[in-house]
Design a protein around this ligand. Structure first.
Ligand SMILES: [Zn+2]
Length: 303
């Protein structure tokens, strides 16, 4: 993990976008509380040193010029010293996919930062080969190999605690996301942008992201067969994940307080694997991944 983190910090990455799960999401999302997003400044990471672009601040204070009164001879012509213009960082802007190592776990994916349409992870495995059908529900869900062992351990620990976690969705290709986006855009054009993600802007394309479900959800929501709903956070599985997923390297991508920054609704079922070190750091510092990524903002790139 340390190696990944170090590698990442040494390499400025440039991709990302949010995920909106929105495959079968019930449209009946309750209104969000107007919780103020935690300010970036309140959650400056202390573990991995943020990359700071020093020397780019523009000194733009306007000099105050006192006009002479009619009876006074102007004796001094105020001179306005132009603010020193910052040296433009002549960083060449390259294609996003050229800056995305296949094994990177922290690539940013939001409504603003997208993934190349050509990006597909190379180490996907089929979860039905590793987990029982009462977890996968028989869905052909794929996940990157790097997150497999931690996931299996987490599921086992959940079951040992008497829980019944479901895995509803995992890797989604660019084209699969395009189909999902089209559906949302057709059915709920006003809300598609926050309920789903445009192709290239879903964390599911990374192959490290999973949507979890709970058999308790339908009873809580009162809708039979419902798979996704904000009330997942009230289920035993949702509660357990919120408290423990970081110990296995998973982090909640879109917490309630993050909507303004991520552009996505609260998705208590959507977890992304970032490794135990990063996930624990985020959990303990009260930071969420997008927030961390934006503090350590990579240079722009051409999608
Ligand atoms: Zn999701």
């Amino acid at each position: 993990m340390k190696k990944h983190l170090t590698l990442w910090l040494g390499t400025i990455l440039g991709l990302f976008l949010l995920t909106g799960c929105g495959l079968n999401t019930a449209a009946s999302l309750p209104p969000l509380p107007t919780a103020a997003p935690t300010g970036l400044a309140t959650a400056v990471p202390t573990l991995p040193p943020p990359t700071v672009n020093d020397g780019t601040a523009v000194a733009n204070a306007t000099p105050v010029v006192q006009l002479p009164t009619a009876t006074e001879e102007p004796t001094v012509t105020p001179t306005i010293t132009p603010s020193p213009s910052p040296t433009p960082t002549a960083t060449p802007i390259g294609p996003c996919d050229a800056r995305m190592p296949q094994d990177d776990l922290f690539t940013i994916v939001t409504q603003t930062y997208g993934l190349s349409r050509d990006y597909a992870p190379q180490d996907l495995v089929l979860l039905t080969d590793y987990l029982p059908v009462d977890v996968t529900l028989g869905y052909p869900t794929e996940l990157r190999q790097v997150a497999l062992a931690p996931l299996i351990q987490m599921i086992a620990d959940m079951q040992n605690a008497g829980l019944q976690p479901w895995i509803l969705s995992g890797y989604r290709s660019y084209s699969a996301q395009a189909i999902s986006w089209e559906k949302w855009n057709r059915e709920e054009p006003e809300r598609a942008a926050i309920l789903s993600a445009r192709p290239g802007h879903s964390e599911h394309q990374l192959g490290t992201t999973l949507d979890f479900g709970s058999p308790e959800l339908a009873g809580i929501v009162g809708i039979e067969d419902i798979e996704f709903h904000t009330y997942f956070y009230q289920t035993s599985e949702g509660i357990w994940l919120a408290e423990n997923a970081h110990r296995y390297g998973f982090t909640l991508s879109y917490p309630r307080s993050a909507q303004e920054l991520t552009g996505f609704f609260y998705e208590p079922w959507h977890y992304r694997y970032v490794g135990e070190e990063m996930a624990t750091f985020l959990h303990e510092s009260g930071t969420y991944l997008t927030e961390y990524q934006l503090i350590n903002q990579p240079e722009p790139c051409i999608p």
